[in-house]
Ligand binder design. Structure first.
Ligand code: CXF
Ligand code: ZN
Length: 378
């Protein structure tokens, strides 16, 4: 039986989110129904709006950074039970496919369905519009709705004492950023690190760099308020753009530049890559966490310098980690006072205010905006 609830949908590119009635089906085998409590507003949902990252079709139910409570499980679900508090991982991780078995849990083969929108369990749609059209949920989730039915491989049980509005951040931004620093960049104590873009991902990366023992941490963002926040979170130097950063990093490092650079900007262009590599030291690594337009093929890059300076250009998804380990691990660090999530939640919104939330994000007013669901939203 389908349940009526609400969701934030888009029907075409460059249109506002439409809050409307939707219908959600019951969980079938291997599926979990969740009452959502909080959803982060990540830049990637805005990429759906602009078309930089297109889903397989329209309408799309947005949202991929969420936390809630399990209300029902289908047959075959053993990793969670009714009443458990959970975080949704934007990348499914089944633990059974060859890639998961090889240890690359963030590259699970189920990721092939990430933008397709058909359910992992049976290839059908669990979400429909009020007039019966199938809806494509972002990254097999759709956290911009107060209820969700998703595959068990996207669901991670968490400590119930963690507030939902902070827990949701580790479903995408914080885990992606922190892992970009500690796993993909593999920052070692004493290294100099530059982080481009101070949003949910960048602030996660910054905290990863601090905890990994970086010496200098250069944070780059055009918004002054975000640069001030970066200093509070442990950045040692801040710059408004890549060219002032290049000059500043050169001065601080006597021309050596940053051993690790991490790119977490909301928008990435191929023409920027050479600048980022110029901020990276010889023998250094530039980690590309930001996602460009999926059709972009051209990259500006001095190929000779890549070789002669032995630099590494490293892509990463979900911080190169394991959602089923990293999500509870980062939340336990939050509880132990080693990860500041409270100050990353800048503003909380009702579902109806989602377009205001995205305006705030685009204006640089939030590290992270979070939708906090209440009964009024359901
Ligand atoms: C994105 C990466 C590109 C596909 C959609 C999800 N990750 C998180 O924001
Ligand atoms: Zn995201």
């Amino acid at each position: 039986m389908r349940m009526k609830t609400k969701g934030a949908l888009i029907y075409d590119f460059n249109q506002p989110w439409s809050i409307e009635e939707i219908e959600i089906g019951d969980p079938v085998k291997d599926e979990v129904k969740i009452q959502m409590e909080a959803s982060g507003m990540c830049h990637s949902d805005h990429h759906l709006v602009t078309g930089d990252i297109p889903m397989a079709g329209f309408p799309v139910l947005g949202g991929h950074e969420g936390a809630g409570i399990v209300t029902e499980v289908g047959p075959g679900v053993e990793n969670v039970a009714v009443g458990d508090h959970v975080v949704l991982s934007f990348i499914p991780s089944c633990g059974e496919c060859p890639t998961c078995q090889s240890g690359q849990r963030n590259l699970c083969d189920l990721g092939a369905l990430l933008l397709a929108g058909t359910s992992v369990s049976d290839g059908t749609h669990r979400v429909h519009t009020a007039d019966g059209k199938p809806v494509i949920p972002m990254t097999l989730l759709g956290t911009f709705s107060p209820y969700m039915v998703v595959h068990k491989s996207s669901v991670v049980k968490i400590d119930p004492s963690i507030p939902f509005e902070v827990a949701c951040l580790v479903g995408c931004g914080v885990t992606t950023g922190y892992g970009s620093a500690t796993r993909s960049a593999d920052i070692r104590p004493g290294e100099d690190v530059a982080i481009f873009g101070i949003g949910g991902v960048g602030m996660g990366a910054l905290q990863g760099a601090v905890n990994a023992g970086a010496r200098h941490i250069f944070a780059i963002d055009p918004v002054e308020w975000k640069r001030d926040q970066a200093l509070k979170f442990g950045a040692t130097h801040v710059y408004p753009d890549v060219f002032s950063a290049m000059a500043g990093i050169a001065e601080v490092t006597a021309g050596g530049m940053a051993r690790k650079t991490i790119i977490t900007t909301g928008e990435l262009k191929g023409e920027d890559i050479d600048n980022y590599l110029n901020c990276t030291s010889k023998g250094g690594t530039c980690v590309v966490t930001a996602v460009a337009n999926m059709a972009e093929m051209d990259v500006k890059l001095n190929l000779a310098m890549l070789t002669l300076m032995q630099k590494r250009l490293q892509g990463t998804i979900f911080g190169g980690g394991n959602p089923h380990f990293d999500i509870p691990q980062l939340l336990s660090m939050y509880k132990a006072g080693k990860l500041n999530l409270d100050d990353m939640v800048t503003r909380q919104y009702k579902l109806e205010q989602i377009n205001d939330g995205y305006q705030d994000m685009l204006q640089g007013r939030n590290i992270r905006g979070v939708i906090r669901y209440t009964d009024a939203d359901r």
